[in-house]
Design a protein around this ligand. Structure first.
Ligand code: IMP
Length: 181
């Protein structure tokens, strides 16, 4: 069995290859642009993306979308995480959170998989806190301002450990459970 990983990010393909090697599913990188609908719902972005890819005649693939949802900001930046990261960045998020007591936040990752004509959509979550200032120089994106336990940030936690608790790691676990059924 072979699945196309439709993304512009080769790093994601390598991650999926590692996670699915034991299931005997081969992952290949496939570049196909598709529209990300304007909605505040991650799952809707993935469902509509899958519809469009299938309309283009492509089957047996995986797509995903993830983001950081901050409780006190009513879920912002959420589906706009990549844009927020490029524009206001971590400092911008910290500025919005100045003086805010409720520091709760959640990373979410939605994976859509089309396999043998079957559609599987799973949502992995990781709850944590937006800390007061950037900490650590590992990871990427919001890692230096997000801490799963309020102590160490994702930028200070080794990648293997992050994968055991992260939104993406949890989504992959859910997808593997579904595929084994
Ligand atoms: P994507 O949909 O996986 O490309 O993620 C969208 C945006 O969410 C990225 O550009 C990052 O800013 C942010 N993001 C997603 N996952 C993570 C993570 O594990 N750590 C930090 N930032 C993340």
């Amino acid at each position: 069995m072979k699945l196309k990983v439709i993304t512009s990010n080769p790093g994601k393909v390598a991650e999926y290859q590692r996670s699915f090697a034991d299931l005997g599913i081969e992952m290949e990188h496939y570049r196909l642009p598709y529209d990300e609908v304007q909605t505040s719902d991650l799952e809707e972005v993935v469902q509509k993306g899958m519809d469009e890819i299938i309309r283009k005649g492509v089957r047996d693939f995986i797509i995903d979308d993830s983001g950081l949802f901050v409780d006190a900001l009513k879920g912002f930046p959420g589906v706009w995480s990549a844009y927020a990261q490029k524009t206001i960045g971590n400092q911008g998020i910290l500025k919005l959170m100045e003086g805010v007591e409720d520091r709760g936040a959640e990373f979410r990752c939605c994976i859509g998989c089309d396999i043998d004509g079957r559609r599987i959509v799973v949502m992995g979550r990781c709850r944590g806190f937006i800390i007061e200032k950037e900490q650590g120089d590992g990871g990427f994106g919001f890692d230096p301002i997000f801490s799963p336990d309020g102590k160490l940030t994702f930028a200070e936690i080794p990648i293997e450990e992050k994968n055991t608790m992260s939104h993406r790691g949890n989504a992959v676990k859910l997808l593997i459970e579904e595929l084994k059924k």
